[in-house]
Design a protein around this ligand. Structure first.
Ligand code: NAD
Ligand code: AHE
Ligand code: ZN
Length: 375
């Protein structure tokens, strides 16, 4: 296809630490193995805020952020076989080429086909497709969903059931899928005890997945008392607020006590390195498995006594919940349509594209789980 450049609106991040602004941008047609998508809805994730703050070592400015989107294919470049104009799609920040050593390993979802250029804010040929005021604008996470039109690599997009509402399943582009995969792909959750630190979108998704996998006891931990009701709705059988503990009592010690030795599985869903440590140390001696999901601020490091690992605890982490997007995401959309997985319930705020910057402020409101932006 030899398409034309499209002029549309986008929220542009000009420099770190400054709010995104609404701009008219030019979006070049897709080249070979690229797909141009009309984005209809996008969530705002903490990782967008993290990069906008200037903390992300991969942050390149000016850029168009956003990686939790849903839209319709507008046109495709040469050689694109898996999606066609009109398909309802979700862009994938974790690509799946099915050819690289990671894809073929059967051990990881971290495809490397386009990862290097993705981290540099450009398409696989080394150039961006966006321009604003005559200047090149970088892509972000291979998705850039804060634009009415975006271009992605064909390995970075998947078609989903068109009956699924895109203003909801856009959230499967990051938060919910990450959380759901992180727990449901772990062997042995059925009948086990689970501890979830942090009850934002990610933590609630883990709670929901733990209930789906029939964990026997699901303890939610959050410093915000308002999260108790949320946690219980998504699957928690108990809620602990660490700030309610007696002075000097550490959350991990409390959890080890009330679970007679620790939890079988714990998850950090906060991005706070002290919480990551507490989650590891709250897991059971001999077999506890603790998963890091939260993204810590640049320069932060985790620590614990090595004895914690010597005595049989496992510290692991996951990106995009270990989900292979092209192969597995359509099935998650079906699980949602079949009522197995909550999605609608995460949407607490809605914004128009012109107010997208205010959606970043919503995230700091203790009541916001996800803000969905109508593009
Ligand atoms: P959020 O801010 O909505 O939720 C965090 C929750 O943690 C809040 O409810 C907060 O009250 C609670 N919290 C804060 N400090 C705490 C403490 N000391 N103890 C217990 N609870 C505490 O964030 P979110 O959208 O759910 O994202 C969580 C993290 O996951 C972020 O760091 C985000 O960047 C990361 N993330 C990672 C991936 C991945 O692929 N690994 C994907 C998406 C998001
Ligand atoms: N680029 C950052 C790291 C950011 C990060 O850890 N990203 C997660 C997804 S967060 C989604 O909200 C991830 O998937 N990482 C794996 C990958 O390949 O990027 C930095 O610090 O450099
Ligand atoms: Zn995200």
């Amino acid at each position: 296809t030899t398409g034309k450049t499209i002029t549309c609106l986008a929220a542009v991040a000009w420099e770190p630490g400054k709010p995104v602004t609404l701009e008219t941008v030019e979006v070049a047609p897709p080249k070979a193995h690229e797909v141009r998508i009309h984005i209809l809805h996008t969530g705002i994730c903490h990782t967008d805020a993290y990069t906008l703050s200037g903390q992300d070592s991969e942050g390149k400015f000016p850029c168009i952020l956003g990686h939790e989107g849903g839209g319709i294919v507008e046109s495709v470049g040469e050689g694109v076989t898996d999606v066609k104009p009109g398909d309802h799609v979700i862009p994938l920040y974790t690509a799946e080429c099915r050819e690289c050593v990671y894809c073929k390993s059967g051990k990881s979802n971290l495809c490397i086909k386009v990862r290097a250029t993705q981290g540099q804010g450009v398409m696989p040929d080394g150039t961006p497709r966006f321009k604003c005021k005559g200047q090149d604008v970088y892509h972000f996470m291979g998705t850039s969903t804060f634009s009415q039109y975006t271009v992605v690599a064909d390995v970075s997009v998947v078609a989903v059931n068109p009956q699924a509402p895109l203003d909801k399943v856009c959230l499967l582009g990051c938060g919910i899928t990450t959380a759901w995969g992180a727990v449901t792909k772990l062997p042995g959750v059925e009948g086990s005890t689970v501890g979830v630190f942090g009850c934002g979108c990610i933590g609630l998704g883990v709670l929901n997945g733990a209930r789906f996998k029939k964990a026997s006891r699901i303890i939610a931990i959050d410093t915000n008392p308002k999260k108790k009701e949320w946690a219980e709705k998504f699957g928690a059988t108990e809620f602990v607020n660490p700030t309610d503990l007696p002075e000097g009592k550490r959350i991990q010690d409390h959890l080890v006590e009330i679970t007679d030795g620790g939890l079988d599985f714990t998850f950090d869903c906060t991005g706070n390195v002290n919480v990551m440590r507490a989650a590891l140390e709250a897991s059971h001696r001999g077999w506890g498995v603790s998963t890091v999901i939260g993204v810590a601020a640049a320069g932060k490091e985790i620590s614990t006594r090595p004895f914690q690992l010597v005595t049989g605890r496992t510290w692991r982490g996951t990106a995009f919940g270990g989900i292979k997007g092209r192969t597995e995401l359509p099935g998650l959309v079906e699980d949602y349509l079949a009522g197995k997985m909550k999605v609608d319930e995460y949407v607490t705020h809605r914004r128009e594209l012109r107010d997208l910057a205010a959606g970043f402020d919503d995230m700091h409101d203790g009541e916001c789980i996800r803000c969905v932006v109508d593009m």
